[in-house]
Ligand binder design. Structure first.
Ligand code: AP5
Ligand code: MG
Length: 223
């Protein structure tokens, strides 16, 4: 089973994908996380991506598509993937459909997290990310137990370079212009499931799991 989490920056894609991964056995593949990991490793791909990410612009389609296709061709992804942050353009969506078909797979759901703009900006402004394990917190909604220290692994929390208010606003403009057309694209295919992403994290998770269950998979609901 393959699932896309669609939503604006700050909608909760990464937060939800992490929990869904635990409950579904699917593999979480996040394009932004792959770029940030490449940057930490000092690769050419990481340096290239950084020049776009710091400005809040999309990395060129051919670069993203190549990276994601390589990732989903790996053995662990054969049991199914939760896509987070990919696709973000019609060209990326088309490339994904073609590749999944080539592998004899197909998309089961596109779960669209809908959140009002002011709330997105507040979430982004308050987000803290662990340098070591990538867990996310929020100083307004979901603070770590000790300031600037990850509850999961004790790693240092930092604010992403692209989480300034100015860049966040620009990322939202890019999302409205380039990624929102995917909502209609998947709606027409009958794959889109819209979820109210304003609610508490656990409530959003429960709805997502129910939708995945209803559409034919076998998930465990969180306790
Ligand atoms: P990426 O890393 O994908 O960032 P994004 O899409 O901008 O999304 P975010 O990670 O900001 O938000 P999220 O939805 O994951 O929210 P989160 O769960 O963290 O991309 C970064 C850059 O990489 C792009 O700008 C681009 O340059 C490049 N890139 C990546 N993919 C690309 C692609 N396919 N094509 C081209 N370029 C690409 O939650 C946010 C905060 O809110 C957290 O603090 C969290 O704790 C909190 N929160 C979450 N849910 C709730 C809730 N229900 N209630 C209260 N707080 C909540
Ligand atoms: Mg994310």
């Amino acid at each position: 089973m393959d699932v896309i989490l669609l939503g604006a920056p700050g909608a909760g894609k990464g937060t939800q994908a992490k929990v869904l991964e635990e409950h579904s056995g699917l593999v979480h593949v996040a394009s932004g996380d792959l770029f940030r990991a490449a940057l930490r490793q000092g690769t050419e791909l990481g340096m290239l991506a950084k020049s776009y990410m710091d400005r809040g612009e999309l990395v060129p389609d051919e670069v993203v598509i190549r990276m994601i296709m390589e990732r989903i061709g790996q053995e662990d992804c054969a049991r199914g993937v939760i896509f987070d942050g990919f696709p973000r353009t019609i060209e990326q969506a088309t490339a994904l459909t073609v590749e999944l078909e080539r592998q004899g797979r197909k998309l089961h759901h596109v779960l669209y997290l809908s959140v009002p703009t002011e709330m997105l900006l507040r979430r982004i402004a308050g987000r803290q990310t662990c340098k070591t394990c990538g867990s996310t917190y929020n100083i307004y909604y979901f603070p770590s137990k000790r300031p600037d220290v990850c509850d999961e692994c004790g790693g240092r929390l930092y604010q992403r370079n692209d989480d300034t208010l100015e860049t966040a606003r620009y990322r939202l403009d890019v999302y409205f212009a380039q990624t929102m057309p995917l909502i209609e694209h998947y709606r027409k295919q009958g794959l889109l499931r819209e979820i109210d992403g304003q609610r508490e994290i656990t409530q959003v998770t429960r709805t997502m799991l129910q939708l995945m269950e209803r559409d034919g998979s076998h998930m465990q609901e969180p306790a």
